[in-house]
Design a protein around this ligand. Structure first.
Ligand code: PMP
Length: 330
């Protein structure tokens, strides 16, 4: 019989798929590492699994323990799946601006979600930060993974994402492009690829315009899951050779093209990363192999990026680029 012992065994080993249409006119090969094939639908399953297993080994997470993390998105889903399979409870703390769909996904996996008001000062006892700290202090046997400072976030990529890409490309990858959020993906995967190639693989980060990684001050942008207004410990400043800033408009238009031209219904940070990858590929030749990591699925963004009214409200549908309306014939 062919089966897996649990969903946990399906974390990682995601496929590489060649981009054939958005790459028109380019001579380099561009391959997408499609992370929505993970059981929780995103790259964050990798860090959830490694952070939990490392905490079990160190004794920080004990049988029957409770995982407390301020997260509303992909990391929460990964933690919820691994936690339920291993018998831990999860409590996630979210600001009230998070959509009910996202909260319902976490609850569907059995997690408890505490919603905090956004409109209070960070020092207020009900603020997002204070509530999660208080829950860690007051819950018996609680453990907070803290993806922003946990070394097992980048290490999960050093031990899984990096080696997978090297083996899948048979060592022919020349450039690795990924979005930067906590910095775990670029730091761990990038460090592995540099080490194994003797420094030959170039590592490029894609970042929302306005975020600190591309020299901004933390100015607001709409792409979710990437960019920061501070420098997390999980980000290794030595790894990236270059950071490419990408606008919301270009990110979302490319996200829509990936769905209609490549059959890839992915999230906005994926469109952003592909814009960065194509910019890099434009300078390269036929022997170059660019791998771009696509963190999650587009299902969580149907009412935003894939909704014409939402796009039009921000002026993202106006002429001046290659993407069209959802219903428009190309
Ligand atoms: N895209 C999405 C949708 C994400 O959730 C994340 C994780 N915050 C990233 C990209 C960036 O990954 P990392 O945190 O490893 O830098």
């Amino acid at each position: 019989m062919q089966f897996h012992d649990s969903m946990i065994e399906l974390v990682g080993n995601t496929p590489l798929v060649k981009l054939n249409h958005v790459t028109e006119g380019l001579s380099a090969t561009v391959l997408a590492k499609v992370e929505y094939f993970n059981p929780g639908g995103s790259v964050k399953d990798r860090i959830a699994l490694r952070m939990i297993e490392a905490a079990e080994e160190s004794g920080e997470l004990r049988p029957g323990g409770t995982i407390v993390e301020p997260t509303s998105g992909n990391t929460g889903v990964g933690l919820a799946i691994v936690a339920q399979q291993k018998g831990y409870k999860c409590v996630f703390v979210c600001p009230d601006k998070v959509s009910t769909d996202k909260i319902n996904v976490l609850r569907a996996y059995g997690a408890e979600v505490v919603v905090c008001p956004t409109a209070v000062d960070p020092s207020h006892p009900d603020s997002y930060y204070n509530v999660s700290d208080r829950l860690v202090r007051e819950t018996p046997n609680a453990w907070k993974p803290d993806q922003y400072s946990n070394p097992h976030n980048p290490l999960s990529h050093y031990h899984s994402t990096g080696p997978e890409i090297w083996e899948q490309t048979e060592g022919r990858i020349t450039h690795f492009v990924t979005g930067v959020g906590t910095g775990g993906t670029i730091s761990g995967t990038g460090r592995y690829l540099k080490e194994v190639s003797g420094g030959k693989v170039a590592v490029i980060g894609a970042d929302p315009e306005g975020s600190v990684y591309s020299g901004g001050s933390g100015r607001p942008y709409l792409v979710e899951g990437v960019g920061e207004d501070f420098w997390p410990d999980a980000y290794d400043r030595e790894v990236a050779d270059e950071i490419v800033p990408v606008s919301d408009r270009d990110s979302f238009r490319m996200t829509r093209r990936l769905a209609r031209e490549e059959g890839l219904l992915v999230g906005g940070s994926c469109g952003m990363a592909v814009v960065g990858a194509l910019e890099v590929a434009g300078r390269l030749g036929p022997d170059d192999v660019v791998v771009v990591l696509l963190p999650d699925s587009g299902r969580g963004y149907l009412s935003k990026i894939f909704n014409d009214e939402w796009m039009a409200d921000y002026g993202f549908l106006e002429e001046g680029g290659p993407a069209a309306r959802v219903g428009e014939v190309l």
